[in-house]
Design a protein around this ligand. Structure first.
Ligand SMILES: NC(=O)c1ccc[n+]([C@@H]2O[C@H](COP(=O)([O-])OP(=O)(O)OC[C@H]3O[C@@H](n4cnc5c(N)ncnc54)[C@H](O)[C@@H]3O)[C@@H](O)[C@H]2O)c1
Length: 330
């Protein structure tokens, strides 16, 4: 008899059940399934709440092989930091894809941070130079933390730096992440200082305009940009996009949402063909990643529901294995 109980998994349960290296592995599989057409992932519904300065995203997915269904409801409220609340909050519901049974409800903010970091970790593993050893993070928030964790899971990183428009946030990041990862993490006072000597760059900000100057990038860097998910919002300068090898999470979602690419396209600087591959196509061996050590590689993600599905499935399986979570009567 299959489990008839419904499980609740808190933020702490989610983090314990999905270590970053496991999450990177899950994201590679997820993007491969997506690019192979083995998942049903409708375009997400974006509901702006202008009166409250917030956005709500409804993100459904179903796996054909995995036999599971998820729905994530994620909220993003600009004024939340001032209230002592996180910018992003979310809940994920996981159901059985063969008979529709609800299986679990879990914290979606921690799941989102882990899977978003892990997608960049997967991209870094497939696209960054093998000898990359230093990282520059832009944005010292929840996503910035997991970007750094994920890059450290796939390359032997020896030092990192962070730049945030909030000096306080950057200093807190410096203290927390250097202790957690056991490497020196330094708060930079300028964006260009942050890029000095960086082999890998991750942007995870709420900025609506580019967060660094193209001229400050070293040859051969790999960039992960996760912040923008609106057509008029970008973190990466157009000049960088034009001279990079561009790989994305999902082309159809990118063409709806990714200002980093849509704005240069609108300005006639790049065409749709400038997007070389989906990450899943590289996992599947259908497309190649980096060509040489001098090339700049650029992974742009807006976030896709298949990531939530893959993460939630692993979390529940590992939670059962490790006895995590609370059983609820249905
Ligand atoms: N691609 C994805 O899958 C995905 C998933 C989740 C979140 N996101 C996006 O990631 C971004 C960050 O989310 P979060 O939860 O970390 O938010 P957060 O509010 O916790 O952190 C964002 C940080 O960016 C900083 N910042 C803003 N403008 C900056 C600039 N110009 N230079 C340097 N720092 C700047 C802010 O001060 C803040 O500390 C959001 O835009 C969110 O929509 C993307």
């Amino acid at each position: 008899m299959p489990h008839s109980k419904l499980f609740y998994l808190s933020s702490a349960d989610v983090r314990r059940a999905l270590p970053m290296s496991d999450a990177v592995d899950a994201m590679k599989q997820a993007f491969a399934e997506l690019s192979a057409g083995q998942a049903i992932v409708p375009q997400r519904i974006h509901m702006p709440l202008r009166h409250a300065g917030g956005d709500v995203l409804f993100m459904p997915a179903a796996g054909i092989d995995t036999g599971q269904i998820t729905m994530k409801i994620i909220t993003l409220f600009e004024g939340n930091h001032a209230k002592g609340l996180p910018f992003i909050q979310a809940i994920v519901v996981l159901l059985d894809g063969e008979d529709g049974r609800p299986l679990a409800i879990m914290d979606g903010a921690s799941l989102t941070a882990i899977r978003t970091g892990a997608a960049s970790g997967a991209a870094t593993d497939l696209l960054a130079r093998e000898d990359a050893e230093s990282v520059a993070i832009f944005g010292a928030g929840a996503q910035g933390q997991t970007q750094l964790e994920a890059v450290c899971a796939v390359r032997p990183i020896v030092r990192a730096s962070v730049f945030d428009q909030s000096t306080l946030a950057a200093v807190e990041f410096e203290n927390e992440m250097s202790e957690r990862l056991g490497i020196p993490v330094t708060a930079a006072s300028t964006a260009s200082g942050n890029l000095a000597g960086a082999d890998i760059v991750c942007t995870a900000t709420t900025s609506e305009t580019p967060v660094f100057d193209d001229a400050d990038l070293a040859p051969g860097v790999h960039i992960n940009a996760v912040g923008s998910y609106k057509p008029h919002v970008r973190e990466i300068p157009a000049e960088t996009v034009v001279r990079s090898r561009v790989v994305v999470d999902e082309i159809s979602a990118i063409l709806e949402e990714a200002g980093d690419l849509l704005m240069p396209m609108h300005d006639g600087l790049i065409s749709r063909d400038h997007i070389r591959a989906e990450l899943g196509e590289i996992v599947l061996g259908q497309k190649v990643g980096r060509h040489d050590d001098a090339e700049i590689t650029f992974f742009k993600s807006v976030g896709v529901a298949i990531q939530d599905l893959a993460a939630a499935g692993r979390i529940l399986a590992n939670a059962h294995r490790d006895g995590l979570g609370i059983e609820l009567e249905r």
